[in-house]
Design a protein around this ligand. Structure first.
Ligand code: EPZ
Length: 418
């Protein structure tokens, strides 16, 4: 099991390039199931979750290939519209094939995701939305079995709470349903808008993607298309925080500044200097300890829950006491115990973390618990005095493309130990 060994104290300097968005690539790959024609996707990041999704598409019968930075998917015939437990248990986002498989083949058998480190994360809203669209659903033996032999029909779908992949699943089912579908209380994340842009290139009729109300007029079939995935806003935010926490001078390149605006506002309030340099580059410098600034995670365009752990690492060295409130997941503070081993002073009260900033953190042996928690531990280790080792870095490999190489290029003292 790989580990990272990090010696803290070096301010990062230079460029940190951002890869394509994992959370945009996953639904885009699932959308390739909706047509029997070949699809080409560019900007797909080389991370574990993507290879998991590609093997899942192969399992259903699609041809999957890669060549010079492009991913080619050809779902000519899907003879096994299923997502088996041993795939779903490693990646919850496998539920994204549920909508496309039902829409394309009239049936799907998808394992229900097990528990997850950050919360229960059920898919009940995905299932009830598909029932609204006319699928008959049975949940037994740990699987969701969906049938729609006569196809799906448009409906009014209301999400009790905002769900990113719930919205994406329904979007991919509705584009082939007969008639009009309206999704109310839809997720507004950039990844949802990117998926809709891809579906429209395939011939879908969608209005309002990226807002809370999305209208879809079903079509008989979709054709092949090419699409470039948007940059990863969570990686961009993680790199901005890496530049700030190390007291460095960093340019994050290949990002979309609009997608990290919520974080940038907070970082400026805390004392970081951040400038847009144009053509997808953001410059950050922070030569003193940050001021303690509270954040509350909210759905986009609010402060991203996927940046909460990384932000908390920065607040661990702030001047003053900050309050971090996590409103999306019920158990997304697993990183605080590990940060505490590095000297962070954090108290958890339900959905809130109270962080009393310390002048200094010290290196320690810590264990990653989930993808973004591991990013938070890397950031803390980069500023801590002395050496840290981070175990179970397979978590970080799920969503960051060779993060240690990118950070080392900017001067970080970090090695991967096989
Ligand atoms: C997506 O997960 C992201 N994953 C997550 O990123 C991200 O943290 C999350 O959205 C919130 O922004 C992908 O896009 C692949 P939700 P998703 O459905 O869609 C509850 C990362 O680090 N809920 O928006 O699974 C759920 O439990 C990952 O890259 C139900 O109760 O999240 C949560 O509390 C982590 N029933 C809330 O809604 C449902 O049917 C929001 O979840 C669906 C969700």
């Amino acid at each position: 099991m790989d580990k990272f060994k990090i010696r803290g104290g070096t301010p990062l300097r230079g460029e940190l390039p951002v890869s394509g968005s994992k959370n945009s690539a996953l639904p885009a790959l699932a959308a390739c199931l909706l047509t029997e024609q070949p699809m080409t996707l560019y900007g797909i990041p080389d991370v574990k979750d993507i290879s998991t999704m590609q093997s899942l598409l192969k399992y259903t019968g699609a041809e999957v290939g890669q060549e010079d930075g492009a991913v080619r998917i050809h779902a000519k015939s899907l003879d096994r519209p299923e997502a088996p437990y041993d795939v779903v248990k490693t990646m919850r986002a496998s539920s994204l094939v549920l909508g496309p498989l039902v829409a394309r083949t009239g049936r799907a058998r998808v394992s229900m995701p097990g528990g997850c480190a950050i919360g229960a994360r059920p898919i009940n809203m995905h299932v009830s939305a598909l029932e609204e669209l006319g699928a008959s659903i049975e949940q037994a033996y740990g699987y969701v079995e969906a049938q729609a032999p006569k196809g799906l029909r448009g409906a009014m779908i209301h999400f009790d709470r905002i769900s990113v992949t719930g919205t994406e699943d329904v979007l991919m089912a509705a584009v082939l349903a007969e008639g009009e579908t309206i999704i109310r209380n839809a997720a507004r994340e950039p990844e949802v808008k990117d998926l809709a842009d891809l579906l429209i290139k395939m011939g879908a009729k969608i209005e309002g993607a990226g807002t809370s109300i999305v209208r879809i007029t079903g079509v008989k079939r979709l054709h092949g298309a090419e699409h470039t995935i948007i940059p990863d806003r969570i990686e961009a935010g993680t790199f901005l925080l890496a530049g700030a926490i190390t007291g460095g001078d960093v340019t994050v390149t290949g990002c979309n500044p609009e997608h990290v605006a919520g974080l940038v506002v907070k970082m400026r309030q805390a004392g970081a200097e951040i400038e847009e340099l144009g053509s997808g580059s953001l410059w950050v410098r922070c030569s003193q300890r940050p001021k303690a600034i509270d954040v509350t995670t909210e759905e986009y365009p609010g402060f991203a829950t996927d940046l909460q752990a990384q932000y908390m690492a920065w607040m661990s060295i702030a001047q003053g006491i900050s309050l971090v409130t996590e409103t999306i997941f019920e158990n997304r503070f697993m990183h605080t115990q590990e940060l505490a081993r590095m000297g962070a002073n954090i108290r958890i009260e339900g959905r809130q973390a109270i962080i009393a900033g310390e002048a200094e953190l010290t290196g320690a042996q810590v264990i990653a618990s989930d993808l973004r928690a591991s990013a938070s531990l890397v950031l803390a280790a980069l500023v801590a005095r002395g050496e840290s080792t981070i175990d179970r870095v397979y978590h970080i490999d799920r969503g960051y493309e060779r993060i240690e190489e990118k950070l080392a290029t900017a001067g970080a003292n970090i090695q991967r130990i096989e």
